[in-house]
Design a protein around this ligand. Structure first.
Ligand code: GAL
Ligand code: CA
Length: 347
């Protein structure tokens, strides 16, 4: 019995100790020292987001100046909204003064919003856009991202220009372009809108299309390779154009052709979106015909400036918002002709 009591006392002491440690965020912050920024994102296997978060940390360091120190605490939800809800609670309990949240399920932010509002911790949602009504639930909520529609249109324009300039893309010379789409996640604003607009744009530009298939590959290179291998089993050399919702999936599709030893002349034209480091390299090496730059430095910079403004109460008037609390960074077209500019920018 005595041993048990001692053990319980030790456990209580340990918990109190942990509480003191965990709440150190707020303690130091009140003394004007460190500020804590909690970042929660949907999946650490996402290439674009990892590059965006690297840039966020770098820019935050540059922007915060001498008399301030921020600590960034990053949590990976591994694709589970339940896990993310718990992580946000933990970040708030640990004393975070601002949260940057990349929702797992963009339609399900209520729990996170309630938690943050209770403790008056503002949230900058990023990349996965909550629906407008959710964002209007409280004035401590913001969004940083890009307009999906613009990226689909630009991808369509790039592809249309290239199809017009190179008659060899229509390999079987039937006047139509046989294409497949590799889509991001079900229900993601970028996946749905990019897929719709790229096809509409091509049709609007007078390109005759024949759809062979639409496949979901969840933004993921390995999944795209897998889907493409299956499609190749079915369509062999018939595919003339691969429209991928992001670069990782365009690269995964190319991986499948390489794995199955297709010759260069049998390859379709691949188009991606993002301009990740590997995506840009592939454009440089003419492996991917073009991509659309998803301005991760611009988005990360906006998140860093907004975080600092919310932490210090200074600089908010200099930030330009659209729809009251949103910041959308423009996309840009990338081809072999201008890719070197983007490679410089993302280093
Ligand atoms: C998109 C991006 C994808 C993926 C996704 C995650 O904007 O193009 O590569 O990162 O966000 O939400
Ligand atoms: Ca054709």
């Amino acid at each position: 019995m005595r041993i048990k009591i001692r053990k319980t006392a030790a456990a209580v002491l340990f918990c109190v100790g942990m509480l003191v440690l965990c709440s150190c965020g707020k303690g130091e912050d009140e003394t004007g020292g460190k500020k804590y920024i909690g970042v929660a994102y949907y999946n650490q296997s996402d290439t674009f987001l990892n590059e965006l978060l690297d840039s966020f940390r770098e820019q935050l360091k540059e922007l915060q100046g001498q008399d301030m120190e921020t600590v960034v605490m990053i949590r990976d939800a591994a694709g589970s909204q339940r896990t993310q809800d718990d992580q946000v609670k933990e970040l708030i309990d640990a004393g975070c003064d601002v949260l940057c949240v990349n929702l797992v399920d963009r339609a399900d932010p209520s729990e996170i919003i309630d938690l943050a509002r209770e403790q008056n911790v503002p949230i900058i949602f990023f990349n996965r856009e909550p629906v407008a009504e959710d964002l209007m639930q409280w004035d401590g909520l913001y969004y940083v991202g890009a307009e999906a529609e613009e990226s689909g249109r630009m991808q369509g324009e790039l592809a249309a220009d290239m199809i017009r300039a190179d008659s060899e893309i229509d390999k079987n010379h039937d006047g139509k372009i046989q294409y497949v789409v590799l889509e991001g996640e079900v229900g993601h604003q970028d996946a749905i809108i990019r897929t719709e607009t790229v096809v509409e744009t091509l049709i609007g530009q007078g390109i005759e299309l024949e759809k062979l298939s639409n496949q979901i590959a969840n933004w993921n290179r390995a999944q795209a390779e897998n889907r493409m291998e299956q499609l190749l089993g079915q369509y062999h050399s018939q595919i003339e154009l691969v429209l991928a919702n992001n670069d990782d999936m365009a690269l995964g599709a190319l991986d499948a052709y390489r794995k199955l030893n297709y010759t260069e002349s049998a390859l379709p034209a691949f188009f991606g979106i993002d301009g990740t480091d590997e995506g840009l390299e592939a454009v440089m090496d003419s492996e991917i015909a073009g991509t659309v730059y998803n301005d991760k430095e611009g988005q990360a910079g906006a998140m860093a400036r907004l975080s600092l403004a919310l932490l210090t109460g200074k600089g908010m008037d200099e930030i330009e918002f659209q729809k009251e609390r949103c910041i959308y960074l423009p996309y840009e077209k990338v081809t072999e002709g201008n890719v070197s500019e983007f490679l410089l920018r993302s280093r």
